[in-house]
Design a binder for this molecule. Structure first.
Ligand code: FAD
Length: 323
């Protein structure tokens, strides 16, 4: 049996990515431990205990919010104590930042963007997309601990186990080796996404715009469409880089990986790097003037048309149908 640990981030809840991450871990073996740094609600702790043998809530005075060095110090302390074979983290930006550094501190190895996990004898194997999604690589991690961040949305959550695991509160003081880097980096400012906005990773419907919109104003028009569909708005990197919409709207290889029921790509060509972010979308639709745009090879429904001729009437029709 392997010693498998799942590390969550401060402020964790039992949301879709957490459920997916735990399903990935339980797919390897049912026995696992979860470490949650910082303060967690009782409901979240109870839901986590339904998925694991042991939940360790590791508190430190500085852990009200994510601070990389403190999170690392706490995870390093607890992991060193537990001596894991495998450590799994999610694919949020914090986990992606922590995973390789944690592996370094624990003397292990790291890989990321796992879409599947399996054991080959003693070694953990993962698969992940490479070359902009054109090929799948299998990576074998031949040292321990193997610290891997997982594309959590690729896994469907599992029901709670019959018997819930134990819940342990640990008060951690980061010291010794783990304290060496405290203060090396600090988050000095945070900009919260506007309240009420669903995280793109959790959105059921996404209306996304690309460079073909030609500027920031058409995104207002797309907002009406998104509102009519109760959807979140997103964008290609080209639109984000142009400053038309905020950077956190970006979907793709270097942006968010989303998994909505419906993804509406408007004036987006469908570059491989964009497609990597929507590989887990159930249904993709596209509106594009170019019938040869790559997005049409990857969507279930496509319309070769100028968005200006479509978005207004579509919005009005949906308002009538869905009101
Ligand atoms: C290392 C690396 C990482 C990257 N990461 C990402 C990433 O995370 N996400 C990402 O999106 N990109 C990423 N890119 C960039 C990617 O390669 C593309 O450049 C980008 O996705 C293009 O964005 P776009 O589709 O909006 O623009 P374009 O490729 O310029 O496409 C615009 C589309 O709009 C259509 N159009 C024009 N006018 C209209 C109209 N009136 N009505 C309807 N359609 C119209 C055009 O036919 C065209 O297909 C990355 C690139 C690199 C090298």
């Amino acid at each position: 049996m392997k010693n498998i640990i799942v590390c969550l981030m401060p402020g964790a809840t039992f949301d879709k990515p957490t459920a997916g991450l735990l399903a990935a871990a339980r797919g390897l073996q049912p026995q696992l431990t979860i470490i949650v740094p910082g303060i967690v609600s009782d409901d979240t702790t109870a839901a986590l205990a339904g998925q694991a043998d042991n939940v360790i809530c590791a508190s430190d005075d500085g852990l009200d919010e994510y601070q990389p060095e403190i999170v690392l110090g706490v995870l390093q302390s607890v992991c060193s104590d537990l001596n894991p074979d495998i450590v799994l983290l999610s694919n949020d930006t914090y986990s992606q930042e922590i995973a390789p550094r944690l592996a370094g501190r624990l003397g292990g190895v790291s890989a990321g963007d796992a879409q599947s996990l399996s054991l080959d004898g003693d070694n953990l194997r993962i698969t992940r997309s490479v070359y902009g999604g054109k090929a799948i690589a299998t990576v074998e991690l031949r040292a321990t601990p193997a610290v891997v961040w997982v594309r959590a949305h690729s896994f469907a959550g599992l029901d709670a186990k019959d018997a819930p695991g134990t819940i342990e509160q640990r008060s951690i003081t980061v010291e010794g080796d783990a304290a060496k880097h405290l203060g090396a980096t600090n988050i000095v400012e945070r900009h919260a996404e506007s309240s009420g906005e669903v995280r793109l990773e959790d959105a059921a419907v996404i209306v996304s715009g690309g460079r073909g919109l030609g500027g920031p104003e058409p995104f207002e028009q797309l907002k009406d469409l998104a509102d009519a569909m109760k959807a979140q708005q997103a964008a290609s990197r080209a639109a984000c880089d142009a400053g038309w919409v905020p950077p956190h709207w970006q979907v793709g290889q270097t942006g968010k990986k989303v998994a909505p029921e419906l993804y509406v790509a408007i004036a987006i060509s469908g570059a491989s790097q964009h497609l990597m972010g929507i590989a887990d979308a159930k249904v993709i639709t596209a509106i594009n003037t170019d019938a040869d745009a790559p997005i049409f090879k990857h969507c279930q429904f496509g319309l070769v048309e100028d968005y200006k001729a479509v978005v207004g009437p579509l919005t009005e029709k949906l308002k009538t149908l869905l009101s």
